[in-house]
Write a protein that binds this ligand. Structure first.
Ligand code: AMP
Ligand code: ZN
Length: 666
């Protein structure tokens, strides 16, 4: 078949499947089939750069890096919304509208107010041209590269659309995706993100779009602006946007009276708790666009729209006890144990107290009646104390100064809000937490062994650290609670099988603070075996791509500890992988050591990612932009002219793909 046709057909098919999956939530093929098609397209595109398309579905996996987000002036200003907090406010507003417009019927579209990051996306001839943040409303940041990775944002429209228009919406992070991201962060020993909204807007400003592509962001749209769009009402606008392939929430309702608007508000004030993402109110808009035009704008907001803000649901209950949890890294988290109370549809028994400062600031004490709120965060929080109800002999909370689990004196470093238990190797939750991390799916992935069994094994005195796992025998584990013959066997076999897990995952499993999966990969690649890594200096570590001072010091401290060195020695004896495999090594050289290579454009022989991997495999560093430090610029087809000019100005040699491949002997 004609290659161009084949590529175009694949793109069209992938676009349609993408739409079915992410906009309609009803896929018609399996994820596997989808991946296969995507892979085929990626390969064909790599072989045929002449058919490059900036809006191909392959763009969604990301890879583009933005160093500085360019400022763009909005063609149509992005206004704010006026807020109302009571039904009286809302009724007053509707009366003002009616006075302004005279005795004509006025209908309203009610929508939910999504809490995320606002975005304006320009489409030209059906193709996504540019995506810009709201900024100050007059100008924002160009975040096109990142927005293109959001799967529910169409890169190419369907149906009968205007030639050019802007569409506005909100980029949100659904709760379940947010929870998953935080679980991963916790597994890497990192602080969790505060709430979905900040995480969504933070994501738009990440430099590496491949990371954005991995985040489960969604884009919900609600407004079209442009000349001659042929649209007459707000409600029609939503329908049209949906037709063109945008994800437009279906909860919007056309209301013909104030009563209907109120009913919508009341319904969603409780029903919103069932939604997959955060909403903080309702937006009521005059439906007729001509009436909207008549009403116009104030200096900051349209007169034809009004946000009704939900009150964050709040209840009061008794704080029975403050307890303290110790995490895998030794971080102490104070927890409020509450008299059970119903809040936003669920029974709440516990709330986060964050840290000592927070408790002191609000003067929270055991026995107090406290106000509990559920906001953008998933875990409810205490926002204040009902002082009138404070028991007569109550005393201020004295924050613990010893670990509740092991009794060690707690430490707190300057500028850190949290207290830590320093007894890394003697504190039970830190010991079991480390072993649980070691066996987890992304680390050693030990089948037949779960987190609870780890705690049991520890309590029975059978394991003290992860190296002990490899000494366990079936006879030892059989007497454990709920352990049958078969499960004991599976456990032992699972442990034995894990000796084949590759080096980079072993390195991640060791639980070196701040060494998550990606960092473990980088270190494995740079040092090739554990001894070389263990002997590295801070300066050498920092020379590795993406390794900063914080990680470098953590690595040094880890290997400086006799206990860790002993555990590694024992694991080595058991046959775990502490160096890259022959296969991996065969592709590695030092040919590009100390060199920074920038790639730009479209390539013939290798895909972009392969090319980058090739640079790293040969000891080089992939640069994201050209500077005086750049050793070479590998220029492909369709390279940006500004890159070329910059390279020429700085005297950076520009080489072709073939030159580069020769350089690394391929
Ligand atoms: P505020 O930030 O409080 O001034 O509210 C205005 C913002 O609400 C807009 O910039 C939008 O990002 C956001 N918003 C969320 N949902 C909607 C909606 N359905 N209609 C209009 N704006 C919305
Ligand atoms: Zn402790």
């Amino acid at each position: 078949m004609d290659m161009e046709k084949r590529i175009k057909a694949l793109r069209q098919a992938l676009r349609e499947h993408n739409y079915n999956y992410y906009v309609l939530d009803s896929p018609t093929i399996s994820d596997f089939e989808f991946d296969m098609k995507l892979k085929e397209l990626q390969e064909l595109e790599a072989q045929h750069p002449e058919f490059y398309d900036a809006n191909s579905p392959t763009i969604r996996v990301g890879g583009g890096v933005t160093k500085n987000f360019e400022t763009v002036v909005h063609e149509h200003r992005m206004y704010s919304l006026d807020n109302s907090y009571s039904k009286d406010d809302l009724e007053d507003w509707e009366k003002r509208i009616q006075r302004n417009l005279g005795p004509v019927p006025v209908a309203y579209t009610c929508e939910l107010k999504y809490d995320g990051a606002s975005i304006s996306i320009t489409y030209e001839k059906g193709k996504l041209l540019r995506a810009v943040t709201r900024g100050d409303g007059v100008q924002g940041d160009d975040v096109t590269t990142n927005v293109k990775t959001i799967k529910s944002v169409p890169l190419q429209l369907k149906g009968n659309f205007p030639d050019r228009f802007d569409i506005r919406g909100e980029i949100v992070l659904p709760f379940d995706g947010f929870v998953k991201m935080n679980q991963e962060r916790a597994a890497n020993g990192e602080e969790p993100y505060m709430n979905p909204r900040n995480t969504a807007s933070g994501s738009l400003k990440l430099q590496d779009s491949a990371i954005v592509a991995k985040r489960p962001l969604e884009c919900l749209l609600y407004s079209i602006v442009g000349k001659d769009t042929g649209i007459g009402t707000q409600y029609e606008m939503l329908e049209k946007a949906r037709e063109w392939g945008f994800k437009v929430p279906t909860v919007a309702k056309l209301c013909h009276s104030t009563e209907e608007v109120m009913a919508f508000v009341e319904h969603w004030d409780t029903a919103r708790h069932e939604l997959p993402y955060e909403t903080d109110g309702v937006v009521v808009k005059v439906n007729n666009l001509q009436q909207q035009e008549e009403l116009g704008f104030t200096s900051k907001a349209p007169r034809w729209a009004m946000a009704y803000k939900f009150k964050a649901e709040q209840v009061s209950t008794i704080l029975q006890k403050i307890s303290y949890q110790v995490g895998r890294t030794g971080a102490i988290t104070p927890v409020a144990n509450l008299a059970p109370v119903l809040l936003a549809g669920t029974t709440v028994k516990r709330a986060s107290l964050h840290n000592a400062d927070q408790i002191a600031k609000l003067d929270i004490r055991e026995g107090d009646t406290v106000f509990v709120e559920k906001g953008g965060e998933i875990i409810p929080k205490i926002v204040g104390v009902d002082m009138a109800k404070r028991p007569p002999h109550s005393r201020p909370t004295v924050y613990i100064d010893h670990c509740p689990e092991c009794g060690a004196p707690l430490e707190r470093t300057e500028g850190d809000a949290k207290h830590y238990c320093p007894n890394e190797y003697g504190c039970p939750p830190q010991i079991t937490g480390r072993i649980q991390h070691f066996i987890s799916r992304r680390a050693m992935d030990i089948e037949g062994l779960g987190g609870e069994t780890v705690v049991l094994l520890f309590k029975e005195g059978l394991i003290q650290d992860y190296a002990d796992l490899y000494d366990l025998t079936k006879e030892q584990v059989l007497p454990l609670e709920r352990m049958a013959d078969k499960s004991a066997e599976n456990l032992i076999n699972g442990i034995a099988a894990s000796v084949a897990v590759p080096f980079e995952r072993v390195l991640f499993a060791l639980g070196i603070r701040f060494v998550g999966e990606t960092v473990a990969k980088k270190l494995a690649k740079a040092y090739k075996n554990i001894d070389a890594l263990a002997n590295a200096t801070v300066e050498e570590l920092e020379a590795v791509d993406e390794i900063g001072e914080r990680i470098a010091h953590s690595v040094i401290a880890f290997f400086g500890n006799e206990k860790n060195r002993l555990a590694i020695r024992r694991l080595k004896e058991k046959g775990l992988q502490f160096s890259l495999s022959e296969d991996d090594l065969a592709q590695q050289t030092d040919l590009l050591k100390g060199q920074t290579v920038v790639v730009s454009g479209v390539f013939e022989t290798l895909g972009r990612d392969e090319l980058k991997k090739c640079i790293e495999d040969n000891g080089g560093k992939v640069g994201s932009s050209i500077s005086a430090k750049t050793t070479y610029l590998v220029a492909g087809d369709k390279m940006g002219p500004s890159k070329r000019t910059k390279a020429e100005k700085l005297g950076v040699p520009i080489i072709s793909e073939h030159d580069f491949l020769k350089l690394v002997g391929r």
